[in-house]
Design a binder for this molecule. Structure first.
Ligand SMILES: [Ca+2]
Length: 149
């Protein structure tokens, strides 16, 4: 009896392996939130360096450039970062920092004077210009102060 059910598991596992790659490819977002550093190192005093140590990283997981114009990054509360005219290159990562600074092609600055990402728990959402969801990353506080999604 035990041997028979084990056999069934093996067969099931085999069929799962055959199905998994395409299912996974369909589910993987084209642009993924890969990290949220929600608690900048040290005491949170709202200094610009501290604000900029709080950030979200997004990655283009595809082989094509993706236009991020009017895409939105937002938290649970509703604070929104609106992307300007910018394409994220294939396989590349863009960092969105909370504070002020000169935005380039790989680092963008939200321009805020207060933190966005809650230290205890929050969710980062990425949406297309038309509002369709691209990816999200929910977290609860850990010692590290960041989460890799
Ligand atoms: Ca802190």
């Amino acid at each position: 009896m035990r041997v028979r059910s084990l056999g069934a598991v093996v067969v099931l596992a085999g069929s799962l392996v055959a199905v998994a790659p395409s299912a996974q490819a369909a589910a993987a977002p084209a642009v993924q939130i890969t990290r949220v550093w929600y608690d900048s190192p040290g005491v949170d005093r709202r200094g610009n360096a501290s604000l900029n140590a709080e950030y979200v990283r997004i990655k283009n997981t595809t082989r094509k450039a993706i236009n991020l114009e009017e895409w939105v990054l937002h938290d649970k509360t509703g604070y929104k970062y609106l992307f300007g005219v910018l394409a994220i290159k294939p396989g590349k990562t863009i960092t969105v920092r909370t504070g002020q600074g000169d935005s380039g092609t790989s680092t963008l600055f939200w321009g805020r004077r207060a933190y966005v990402w809650n230290n205890d728990a929050d969710t980062a959402y990425l949406r297309r210009a038309d509002g369709r969801p691209v990816d999200s990353c929910a977290y609860r506080a850990t010692r590290s102060g960041y989460v890799d999604c």
